[in-house]
Design a protein around this ligand. Sequence first.
Ligand SMILES: [Zn+2]
Length: 264
Amino acid sequence: MGKTALIIVDVQGDFLPPDGSLMVPAGLLVAPTILDLLKDQKYNWDYVVVSQDYHPTGHISFASSHPGHKVFSDIELKDGRGILYEQKLWPDHCVQGTKGCEIAPELVAKLSKRGDTVKLVRKGWHKDVEAYSAFDGYMTDFNNPADPPTEIDYQPQRKIVQWLREQGVTKVVVTGLAAELCVSHTALSAVASRFQTAVLQPATRALEDRDAEEQWDKLCAVGARVIGRSNRPRTLRWEDELKQWLAAEDAGAWPDWKKKNGSA
Ligand SMILES: [Zn+2]
């Protein structure tokens, strides 16, 4: 049986009411659910990965960095890697060293006791590169985080995926904020890296519920599971659905990867 990682995406001041600059309206409901998930013995997570949006001032995703363009408008940009993409412009948020960048203190208190089994991933740390997925950051020690790298990492996902595989992780459960952006992008990265992937809807909230539903459909279409999906008829409580999914036999692509690479 492979190991399991809980991924907690961006539960930070700026995404939370009442003061967050980019608040998810019902975001405060997420932390108590995640704290419950972390209760001793309840689900036995082998590892926890916590992501933190971690922008320098003047980040490429901020409307304030593009004079004449409005917050929430879309703009075509070329990023620091030379890649053309469409950016939705955000209010300034999660700026390194500010209160809005801090992870919810009740989560920090709980997670800091997990020693080496909890990792921090900081993303969007380079001024000219946007990142939504938790797999697109740099991984560091949760209790003693390292400064960001000095150079752009052109393949950030490789290191995180490799670390998870080395720990024997085959399943990931994604939670946090915001559902239709960083949570769903993280889950898509996990699927693409051939982890068995579930999103736990009761532990996430959206800026716009309709957009989240679209993302859940996409994720289901590529083989991920959305546990506790609110607008579907259900026969199980989400807690039982989660336990059942966690207990199911490994059936993902990762065992093939393991076989191909000759490691047991
Ligand atoms: Zn951001």
